[in-house]
Write a protein that binds this ligand. Structure first.
Ligand code: MN
Length: 164
């Protein structure tokens, strides 16, 4: 089973639409977002997403009360700063990842099969422990608008550049 990973959407609505379409076309049932959605109005864009969305706060998410309300309208409940998620027999840690020491420690803890993080805006896939950063949906810093797919059986991830 493959799941979708995304992070750092930073108000870029057209890129969010593309990401949602990509995940719908890919037929994933679960999408993990590692934070920095930013404005409440972006939350409504996820209404089209067919997969279940898991969201953790990023450091730039300001108006959390309003984001929570907007997500609530489409049945999404933000999971705090850190989420421990079990899917397909795998344990996944989801966090924004501002502190590299924390990301490394969670990875090395042995409690998780995969750590999903964002924040750096750089897509990366690390093995042993498996730490995946899907990069930035917004494309502001890297010039690339990316998401990732993670195969829960093989624990192999792939970075996908959103077209258009
Ligand atoms: Mn951030």
């Amino acid at each position: 089973m493959k799941i979708g990973l995304m992070s750092d959407t930073h108000d870029r609505l057209d890129a969010v639409e593309r990401a949602v379409k990509f995940f719908n076309d890919a037929g994933v049932e679960h999408v993990l977002h590692a934070g920095d959605l930013i404005s409440p109005f972006v939350a409504s864009k996820f209404a089209e997403l067919e997969a279940k969305l898991y969201y953790v706060w990023g450091n730039n998410d300001g108006d959390r009360e309003h984001v929570r309300e907007k997500f609530g309208e489409i049945g999404v409940k933000p999971l705090g700063r850190f989420a421990s998620i079990e899917l397909g027999g795998r344990k996944i840690a989801l966090l924004h990842g501002e502190d590299e020491d924390v990301v490394r420690a969670v990875g090395k803890s042995g409690l998780y099969d995969v750590v999903v993080r964002g924040h750096t805006h750089q897509a990366s896939i690390q093995e042993n422990p498996v730490i995946v950063n899907p990069g930035e949906v917004c494309g502001y810093l890297s010039g690339r608008r990316t998401v990732a797919l993670l195969d829960l059986k093989t624990l192999k991830a792939e970075i996908v550049e959103l077209e258009g």
